[in-house]
Ligand binder design. Structure first.
Ligand code: SAH
Length: 218
């Protein structure tokens, strides 16, 4: 999906260019991911007081004890997501401020995103509307349950770390589909599960730090 955010008043091209240079240095090679992130006005997803730090390589508070993921981890997860054979439907667990939702919206036909904190979701909705994005479906819900009626998904990306692999999400993955997610409590790691014809195959990737995935609505 092509999106033109040029009316949004992006911070300087130099600031965004520096973020992309850093992502390349950190090993991000996928030009589609880099283009989508270079095109996304990250500063509108954080409070105005923090906007000058929006393109730093850091996670930042977005209120209610949650954080916007650092650029590197968004890039890494989306890059892994693009190894799936199809890009029709992606399910994101943990909309948060909606930044990764917007990156995904540029690379997938339809983005389904579930957030358990209603106040965060309301703010994300406003941002997506301001950006005139219309290929996202946001839901106030518990990500542990996924969205059964929209399944199967080509990709599932989780932005919060569960202590165990949620069974219902595995069931909502298309054959050939990929689930990219952090897992663990104190020591977390990034993993990717592929649904194959006869089951699932899992790869363990790098160490990460995410907020915990919590059950129920807030
Ligand atoms: N991609 C987001 C990440 C926000 S942090 C961003 O860049 O802003 C992770 C988010 O996951 C938080 O907003 C948190 O409320 C949400 N979350 C945690 N457990 C969840 C669950 N069970 N279902 C849906 N969202 C959940």
């Amino acid at each position: 999906m092509k999106h033109d955010f040029s009316g949004i008043g992006m911070t300087s091209a130099r600031t965004r260019g520096r973020m992309l240079d850093r992502l390349r240095q950190q090993g991000i090679r996928n030009e589609e991911v880099l283009a989508a992130m270079g095109n996304t006005p990250r500063h509108i997803f954080v409070d105005e007081a923090l906007a000058h730090r929006a393109y730093d390589d850091a996670s930042l508070p977005i209120g209610l004890g949650q954080t916007i993921s650092q650029p590197y981890i968004v890039a890494r997860m989306v890059e892994l997501a693009l190894t799936a054979p199809h890009r029709d439907k992606v399910l994101e667990i943990g909309t948060g401020c909606g930044y990764q939702t917007v990156v995904l919206a540029q690379l997938f036909k339809t983005v389904y995103s579930v957030e358990r904190i209603g106040q965060l979701l309301d703010k994300a909705r406003v941002r997506l509307r301001d950006l005139r994005i219309n290929n996202t479906r946001l839901r106030h819900g518990d990500g542990f349950l996924g969205i059964a009626e929209a399944a199967p998904f080509d990709v599932i990306v989780m932005a919060a770390a569960p202590a165990f692999v949620p069974e219902s999400l595995l069931n909502q993955l298309a054959t050939g589909g990929k689930m990219v997610f952090p897992i663990g409590t104190v020591n977390q790691e990034l993993r990717m599960i592929e649904r194959t014809n006869d089951g699932f195959s899992e790869s363990k990737l790098e160490k990460v730090r995410f907020v915990p995935m919590l059950p129920g609505l807030a």
